[in-house]
Ligand binder design. Structure first.
Ligand code: 5GP
Ligand code: ZN
Length: 115
């Protein structure tokens, strides 16, 4: 598979970089965050390169990603206690990887507002 070689998440999707994949299909991949901020911390990414939420513009893909986030939460047993889904866009939000990803966080109590 030809991928943007400088995009770490494209390389994870292409299985060129190892990760702990928890869910994958033809349009998305979900894998454990390398630096987890909660007992469960999974990233849900589109298989095709999309830089951020702001560049998504694809209703069907947006829906698939969101439903996958809830599916991951269910798989991880977070449905009852609760979980958080986050998409960081741009520098003020602290986006550090330029390939859209939804964070699925759970397994501990989370504060609001976020930092
Ligand atoms: P952001 O800060 O862009 O919202 O989130 C990027 C996330 O990607 C961070 O939580 C970071 O720990 C995670 N991450 C960065 N590089 C890798 C990697 O190579 N593998 C995995 N599994 N996660 C990564
Ligand atoms: Zn990418």
């Amino acid at each position: 598979m030809l991928v943007p070689s400088d995009c770490i998440f494209c390389r994870i999707v292409a299985r060129q970089i190892p990760s702990q994949i928890v869910l994958a299909d033809d349009v998305l991949t979900a894998f454990r965050d390398a630096s987890p901020q909660a007992p469960t911390h999974v990233l849900v990414v589109p298989n095709r390169h999309v830089a951020s939420l702001h560049d998504l513009g694809d209703q069907a893909l947006a829906g698939r990603l969101l439903l996958a986030a809830s599916e991951v939460a269910k798989q991880e047993g977070l449905e009852r206690a609760g979980y958080r889904v986050v998409a960081n866009h741009g520098p003020d939000a602290g986006q550090s990887v330029g390939h859209l990803h939804l964070h699925v966080l759970g397994g501990r109590v989370m504060r609001w507002p976020p930092g």
